[in-house]
Ligand binder design. Structure first.
Ligand SMILES: C[S@@+](CC[C@H](N)C(=O)[O-])C[C@H]1O[C@@H](n2cnc3c(N)ncnc32)[C@H](O)[C@@H]1O
Length: 211
């Protein structure tokens, strides 16, 4: 068993496992289930182990869940999908948010958990600038994770986590909500809701502006 630099993400032989995913999946499900009630296609960015993809696809069988991540995560995600035997999960696509060619699909929502504090700022910018191209009219962008507000930490544990992140990679770190919302507005998205989540996390929900 090895501990990866990404929070709580372990690999056991070929199958990756994140304890955090087991802990946060139901609180996240409680928020996204009503939001995705009339949705069909969901694209996930930075699927990590693939646990969220499998759990949410199982709990919301009306959805088609499209997991994506960087190349090194794809085999692990495939292991989870294969074992799940679910038919509403697509084979994971390789997607680094900075790549110029994004998947050529249109989706009702993009979901991403615990990614913007791992990405460098130019990657966060790329994420927001590409997202509206794949979202349908009235599409949603759902972002789960820890965030700062007015450049202030929302807890001691988030401050410690941010220090740990920056020691590991000086260009990573907990992002400021106002900076993310500015990128969202530039991309044509409006904040619908900011949900308080357990363990000093949030879910930010943006929607494509109607013209
Ligand atoms: C802490 S893990 C979170 C994984 C999973 N979503 C979860 O909540 O357990 C961070 C994820 O962000 C992804 N990520 C980081 N930089 C990325 C980039 N430039 N493009 C796409 N994904 C990226 C990593 O590959 C990894 O899967």
């Amino acid at each position: 068993m090895t501990f990866s630099p990404l929070r709580g993400l372990k690999t056991n032989n070929m199958k990756p496992y994140s304890e955090a995913c087991d802990q946060n999946r139901d609180p996240i499900l409680n928020i996204i289930q009503p939001l995705f009630a009339n949705a069909k296609d969901i694209l996930e960015i930075g699927s990590g182990t693939g646990q969220h993809a499998v759990y949410f696809a199982e709990k919301m069988p009306h959805l088609i869940w499209h997991p994506t991540d960087q190349t090194q995560y794809i085999d692990g995600i495939k292991t989870w999908i294969y074992e799940s035997k679910l038919t509403n999960l697509t084979s994971p696509l390789t997607l680094n948010v900075t790549q110029t060619e994004w998947p050529k699909i249109k989706v009702d929502a993009v979901f991403s958990a615990n990614t913007t504090h791992i990405m460098h700022w130019n990657e966060v910018e790329a994420l927001f600038s590409n997202i509206t191209n794949i979202l349908n009219k009235k599409g949603l962008f759902i972002l789960y994770g820890p965030f700062n507000y007015q450049n202030k930490y929302s807890s001691e544990s988030n401050a410690r986590f941010d220090m740990w992140l920056k020691n590991r990679d000086s260009e990573s770190g907990i992002r400021n909500f106002e900076d993310l919302d500015q990128l969202a507005q530039q991309a044509g998205l409006s904040l619908q809701q900011d949900y308080v989540m357990p363990a000093n996390n949030r879910i930010l929900c943006w929607k494509v502006n109607e013209h």
